[in-house]
Design a binder for this molecule. Structure first.
Ligand code: MLC
Ligand code: AMP
Length: 505
């Protein structure tokens, strides 16, 4: 096959006048219409000398054009690098520079702030909005509606997704065509997606869950998506009767459950609810079944590996577990010290191997070697155990990571910024339980001297340099940080001390 990912996901639907995207304003985009728009973008970017293998970075609002830009990159053999719309220019500058992107596409409203970023990186800047506009959106209208698909093979890169590290420096996870395609095929089959499905899609499309799980599955199966710009409770409740399936992070489910309009009748026709990206509380699973009669299907994945395990479609979907390894994926639980597999029931680090596992971190051979073993097993940094029936349970993390509303937040990045601020001797950032986001960020500050640091100034510094979702939702001042005998900060003590910071009154 000339370009396996493109041909299978998108090209296969050429000429089909069936719906692919249903939009909130009532418009529908057919499979064929989407392909024609994709070809226009592919012509445009190829004409801008973005060559196969080059990176195209995009920080754009969720829209059919944003999705067509992804498909166009696949068709043109360009490596797609989607970026969270919440990132500030200082965060963006790292990604654009580090990836060596040949083209950076942003919202026209941000072009003023991001032009210096593109200049500094020596990258061409174009714009795209969610109303068919921006320089790219407008110029695409004048391009041919067919494009000679660039030949690729399964080992060629299709996408970069950046994921932060415990050192605070983001790493570009390199995903191949084969990584994305194998996972889309396995999941489509495993979760029984067909051309008759309509997925309620309210996730962002700059991360694995919304793009490579939700969108790739729907593209492959030939079904349709109700493509919402973001999470909107009213719209989701209104449109649920039109859908057959939904995918979401746990916050989606707790928010739906908090609404009395979310009833058994509203969901009676639904076929499947999938949760992932963060732990789903067993209590949410139980409440959801009591309210709707449906058992949420929880699965486990990550940026570097796409999806690894899933609860069964037919069979017992167990609360508090992430199910079994997906077909073709090997999962083992090992002793972090020796790398040896531990007996079932024992806790260890989770390692995975399979066609879904990424190729490595862009230009970071040492980090790649530290996490991706020579035998192909990737050390996830998650801690877990297999129960007697072979279900995997995630019990914690071996990495200093907070997951808030499904977004990963690396404390080190925030601590480095806070430590640089006047009046701060040192800081420690922890995640504590939050009723809406699962976990929320608390910053613990040790003052440098007697005067208390200016918290408003700390807030402002974070707001300037960091996406909103990373910014601490609470600041605590302490004379010193708790440390163990080795001098290591005891974050577990801090997590316990502030465990009730966001508890409902
Ligand atoms: C928004 N805020 C957040 C936040 N999202 N704070 C912490 N964590 C988050 N996730 C901030 C807002 O900026 C705002 O700040 C305040 O919190 C309230 O915002 P909101 O209006 O309630 O938020 P909303 O826009 O509704 O977004 C919440 C959300 C969104 C849960 C819908 O975060 C979301 O779509 N999350 C999905 C993330 C995702 O797709 N993850 C997949 C990663 S892939 P203020 O101060 O202005 O009030 C992956 C692999 C895998 O992990 O396995 O899937
Ligand atoms: P990311 O790097 O954004 O891809 O996040 C991946 C991380 O999210 C994993 O390493 C896990 O820690 C976490 N994760 C994903 N799915 C689940 C799940 N179902 N339960 C618990 N944690 C999960």
């Amino acid at each position: 096959m000339a370009n396996p990912l493109f041909d299978t996901l998108f090209g296969a639907h050429a000429g089909r006048a069936t719906p692919f995207l249903h939009l909130a304003d009532g418009r529908t985009i057919t499979h064929d219409g989407f392909l024609r728009r994709t070809a226009q973008f592919a012509n445009l970017i190829a004409g801008m000398d973005v060559a196969p293998g080059d990176r195209l970075a995009a920080q754009v609002a969720k829209s059919p054009d944003a999705l067509a830009l992804y498909a166009a990159c696949v068709q043109a053999g360009v490596v797609f690098l989607p970026l969270n719309t919440a990132y500030t220019p200082s965060e963006i500058s790292y990604f654009v520079e580090n990836s060596g992107a040949a083209l950076f596409v942003c919202d026209p409203a941000k072009a003023g702030a991001l032009t210096p970023v593109a200049h500094a990186a020596g990258t061409r800047l174009e714009t795209l909005n969610d109303r068919l506009g921006g320089s790219l959106g407008e110029e695409a209208n004048h391009q041919p509606e067919t494009f000679a698909t660039v030949a690729r093979d399964e080992g060629d890169l299709a996408a970069f997704l950046y994921t932060s590290g415990t050192t605070g420096r983001s790493k570009g996870a390199m995903l191949t065509q084969g990584n994305l395609l194998s996972n889309a095929q396995v999941l489509t089959d495993h979760w029984h997606f067909t051309a008759d499905d309509v997925l309620l899609h309210a996730l962002p499309i700059f991360h694995t869950h919304g793009l490579f799980v939700a969108t790739n599955i729907m593209a492959l199966s030939g079904g349709a998506m109700i493509f919402l710009p973001g999470f909107d409770l009213d719209a989701m409740i209104d449109l649920m009767p039109e859908a057959t399936a939904m995918m979401g992070v746990p916050t989606f489910y707790t928010r739906l459950l908090d609404d009395p309009r979310f009833t058994r009748e509203l969901t009676a026709h639904m076929r499947l609810f999938v949760s992932g990206s963060a732990p789903l509380l067993a209590d949410t699973h139980v409440q959801f079944e009591a309210r709707t009669g449906h058992r949420i299907l929880e699965r486990y994945g990550m940026t570097e590996t796409n999806m690894n395990t899933s609860n069964p479609y037919d069979g017992d979907r167990r609360a508090g577990t992430v199910g079994f390894p997906l077909p073709g994926v090997e999962v083992k639980v090992t002793d972090p010290a020796t790398g040896e597999t531990v007996p079932p029931g024992d806790i260890g680090q989770i390692e995975v191997r399979g066609p879904n596992v990424f190729k490595g971190y862009w230009q970071m051979p040492d980090k790649t070697a530290a996490e991706l073993r020579a035998d192909g097993f990737f050390i996830t940094g998650d801690l877990g155990k297999f129960d007697d029936d072979g279900y995997l349970q995630i019990v914690g993390r071996n990495k200093d990571l907070i997951i808030s509303g499904g977004y990963n937040i690396y404390p080190k990045e925030i601590e480095m910024l806070l430590d640089d601020q006047p009046g701060v001797r040192e800081s420690a950032v922890v995640g504590v339980p939050h009723p809406d986001f699962g976990e929320a960020v608390v910053a613990v500050i040790v003052p440098d001297g007697d005067a208390a640091p200016d918290i408003d100034a700390l807030r402002a510094a974070c707001a300037r340099d960091m996406a909103r979702y990373k910014q601490p939702k609470r600041y605590e001042i302490r004379a010193e940080l708790p440390r163990n005998t080795m001098g290591k900060v005891q974050k577990n003590v801090l997590r316990d001390d502030y465990a009730d910071a966001f508890a409902p009154a």
